[in-house]
Unconditional design. Sequence first.
Length: 529
Amino acid sequence: MSNPRFSANITRFIDTLGLLLIGSVSVGYLLFYSSFAKLHVSLPFIECPLFIGEILFLLCSSLIFIKWLFNTKRICVSHYLLISYVGFVVVKTLLGYYFWGLLSFRHAVLFIYPLFAVFSYSFFREGFFSDRMKLFLIFLFILIFKILPFHEYFLLTCSILTLLLIRSLPKKTISIALYLLLSIIFPFKLVFSTARTFMVANLASILFIIGSILCILRLKKIYKVVILFIAIMIVCFCVINIANNDNLRSLIGIDELIARGNEMEAQLLKREKDFIPQKLEIKLYNPYTGNDRKNLTSSFAFLQKNAIVSKKSKLQLQAKRTAHLQILSIVNDKQPVPISDGLVPTEVASQSDVKVSSTKDIEKPILPANSLPSPEINKARSMEICYANSLFRIFIWQDALNDIMKYKPIFGFDFGKPFRSRTLEILVWAENDWGRDGWVCFHNGYLDIIYRSGILSIVFFSFIFAMLFIMIRKSFQIKSLNGILLMSALINWFVAANFLEILEMPYTAIPLWSLFGVTWAYLFKNKTS
């Protein structure tokens, strides 16, 4: 330990291993999303399964501790802040487990995953990516774009990382050839032909890139204004021509959303007086598809089987499920039936006959599963689904804020305390979610943090967004295009976190916070950019 050369070699090995572990798991999330996140081991002395994200956290924590021991650094202010943060999470987790049970651990990871920013920052070092590794990663991303069934939420982030790797190659002829190859293979339509959340997030990132590049260019102000105007017109043209019309109209139609919300509020008032909350069993995670996977081997077999399903088949299945939902909503007094994340329950799609009764218990005609509504009805119901999913989130947010205003928890609600949306339960919306698990997601990462940490969330957000601002300012100061591109990828995820559980789910949170730490290291550990 006293030998500096030996310590340097150990540190270098730890850094390499740490980045490889984080990178490999992130690629797994990219390709297989939640299926990969469900890989786990069950240990006899631990009540809940140990998922791959938690395994990665334990490995990285151990590597960081070993690295600190070999460097024999003194404890500084940042270490005390980090220890205080971890102490807060541990105390809240243990108290939540004592009073509420295993769900406390799920809420804890919301605050544990940001530590991956610390891990990736510590592991990152200049010169880690050799030319061979860069070429390997470039061709991996190109292969992903062309052949492999990757999750489209990662599209912008992967494209940015690919561009950065190509830019860093020493031979310009190879770089130009790879730029051309990427331009041919890249699925441009997926940038805006995607879920509404990432349509908005991608648009925000693209506008940030355009504005930031104009800020660092040495041009006259009038030229910058003209270029900005033209660029915005081109982006708007692409959005209008590529994006799903129903998604676009539902985002713009605020008046229609308010009108539908008022209708739901009226129904809520009618049903509220007779509402009695159900007693529900609290579950830690959603049940697995098919048989439970009790070990890593069987989970990996499921992963392999799941990976061979083509993207086209998934889209066909999604269309079939949506058609069933539209039939149900038409029969059921024309009330929209919102489903978490815009997905239709598998139970609905699997039924051969669907029978739905109105709120008055008057039996409606039985509709076969293979019957499809006319194109006109299909389009109308598609719009209703868009508005219903928006109201679904708004009702959840209202109920969460009402809880906060009513109880005013200084340090947030207990970890493990299940959140239940009173509005959704009265309207019998998304029953397959909260009825199955005994709680419902916030679909907003920031509200999730506020709900669980109270006044301390102000400190958390102030720290995170201050770091974002510092990184943006640094990118402008050194006129770093790489820095701007990396910041746009972070902005992409932070915008999406307004509407999805980006910060709680391991398959999005771990890559996001790891990229956060790498970006900070790239801008402040290196003296050149």
